[in-house]
Design a protein around this ligand. Structure first.
Ligand code: NAD
Length: 494
């Protein structure tokens, strides 16, 4: 891959630089060095992109297209991504540090998201209503909402974008998609596939830039009617305030501090693999990371031993090497945040079980060891804060009630995992944990078919699943008078 690559914005069907020529260097997390130049969209670029999306919504081929024709375009987009999944995976790895075996597999799977939403395009339908008035036929129509602003964070950008673009386009909207300022390469490149698939100009616009001004202008733009945001809760608070300007419909996919509960009757081998996948997969940079581990007292020591052994064996290194199991974090700031949280936790209710530092021999990039901290109480800093890194807080519990109580003691509520052979207990726990997703004897499984989203500070609304397309529509109610008689004069008494 070229050492000094440049990327462009995609607005109104054309590749272009930012209007004022602004840009920034993208840092390769494995080396800490700039490897590519990215454009930084200004408020003026956002305005151009929104104007293009608005035009494409109202004029030209897109609004005239049948739902099944839209579905065909989406299907083609999925096919094109599937064909080039290896290339897109490599790009994402280079730019975000996520390991290649995960990014290539994910890019191939993301293609399936477009296929899934392609199939839903011609299944968006209204109803005929059993109206309580004679001679009236009343029906609801599902119309596109309008211009959608889709904003994603740096982890899994292709994936997070698909969960927004798929339903938005299936329902006939147009989109301005903002890639994160960290690791935007794969999404900016994805514009080539949108172009090749044959979407009319302006239907999909892909930009990147900083929260200020780009993200703020986009989410508060008067011509944006729907905002689909994924990111952290603090940024989400800005986004909610921004939408006070345009009253846009809003969905928020935010962070998590998800509990992973292992009962004494669990298959411990399987549970240990689940724990490792949940927190050390993607170097812990996953919104659903199982970052709080609750172990029932009789298996506490054995499980700690097993997971520590697995953590110690994880192969950390070059994310482009297929043998690597854990890559770097995406930014230097992430590593510093984790170091600060650990410093505030160790000796203050937290005791280091393993890891806790940058690995030796990997001084250039943003690497951090798989880390486990035994916590006495839930208010230890590492156990309270979403660290978005490979840091696991470990707790001991006695019995189901305590497990549920501890698991719910967080402001987040995205996901939860429970390992047990007792199906009754599994269902009781799943129902009482306040999270949008509950995994039993598995972890980190996702699908376009399955709704995804959180309770509490983890967000608002759900992505994926058949109903998610309806979240990109408005209802219009159509009243038809079928009577042969003329409408009565309202001021003549009868
Ligand atoms: P972030 O909130 O800092 O940034 C997300 C996006 O918002 C970026 O594109 C950024 O440029 C943009 N932005 C920043 N300021 C803005 C503003 N004022 N107005 C509009 N947009 C603005 O998130 P991050 O740190 O890059 O990503 C990590 C966070 O994302 C974590 O909290 C993680 O849990 C969450 N996340 C959630 C999910 C989910 O589906 N629930 C998935 C992945 C990541």
């Amino acid at each position: 891959m070229n050492a000094s690559k440049t990327f462009q914005l995609y607005i109104d069907g054309a590749f272009c630089d930012a209007e004022d020529g602004a840009g920034f260097g993208s840092v390769e997390p494995a080396t800490g060095r700039i490897w590519a130049e990215m454009p930084a969209a200004s408020a003026a670029d956002v305005d151009r992109a929104v104007a293009a999306a608005r035009r494409a919504l109202e004029e030209g081929p897109w609004p005239a297209m049948t739902p099944s024709a839209r579905g065909k375009l989406l299907w083609r987009l999925g096919d094109l991504l599937a064909e080039r999944a290896a290339e897109f995976g490599e790009l994402e790895t280079r730019d975000t540090g996520k390991i290649i075996r995960e990014t290539q597999g994910q890019a191939a799977y993301v293609a399936h998201f477009y296929h899934y939403f392609a199939g839903l395009a011609d299944k968006v339908q209204g109803h005929t209503l059993p109206i309580d008035k004679p001679d009236m036929m009343v029906m609801t129509l599902r119309e596109p909402i309008g211009v959608v602003a889709a904003v994603v964070p740096w982890n899994s950008q292709l994936f997070l974008a698909a969960a927004k673009l798929g339903p938005a386009l299936a329902a006939g909207n147009t989109v301005v998609l903002k890639a994160a300022e960290a690791g935007p390469a794969s999404l900016l490149k994805f514009a080539e596939l949108v172009d090749e698939a044959g979407f009319p100009p302006g239907v999909v616009n892909i930009i990147t830039g900083f929260g200020e001004p780009c993200g703020r202008r986009l989410t508060s733009h008067p011509d944006v009617a729907r905002v689909a945001f994924t990111g952290g809760p603090e940024t989400a608070r800005h986004v909610v305030r921004n939408t006070a300007e345009n009253f846009a419909h809003l969905s928020l996919e935010l962070g998590g501090k998800s509990p992973f509960i292992v009962f004494a009757d669990a298959d411990l081998d399987s549970a240990a693999n689940g724990v490792v996948a949940g927190i050390f997969g993607a170097s812990g940079q996953s919104c659903v990371a199982g970052s709080r581990l609750f172990l029932e007292a009789p298996v506490y020591d054995e499980m700690v031993e097993r997971v520590v052994a697995k953590a110690a064996a994880i192969r950390i290194g070059d994310p482009l090497d297929a043998a690597t199991e854990m890559g770097p974090l995406c930014t230097a700031a992430q590593v510093e945040r984790i170091e600060q949280a650990l410093a505030a936790s160790l000796g203050a209710g937290g005791e280091l079980l393993c890891g806790g530092r940058r690995p030796q021999g990997l001084s250039e990039g943003f690497f951090f060891e798989p880390t486990m901290v035994a916590c006495e109480t839930p208010d230890v800093v590492v156990a309270e804060t979403e660290l978005f890194g490979p840091v696991l807080s470990v707790f001991r519990f006695e019995g189901e009630e305590e497990a549920i109580e501890l698991a719910n003691r967080t402001r987040y509520g995205l996901a939860a995992g429970a390992f047990t052979r007792d199906i009754g207990r599994a269902l009781r726990v799943a129902k009482r944990i306040r999270s949008g997703i509950a995994w039993i004897n598995t972890y980190r499984a996702v699908s376009p078919v399955a709704p995804f989203g959180g309770y509490k500070d983890s967000g608002l609304g759900r992505e994926c699943g058949a109903e998610s397309v309806l979240d990109y529509t408005r209802v219009k109610t159509l009243w038809i008078n079928t009577s042969q008689a003329p409408m009565a004069d309202p001021f003549v008494m009868r």
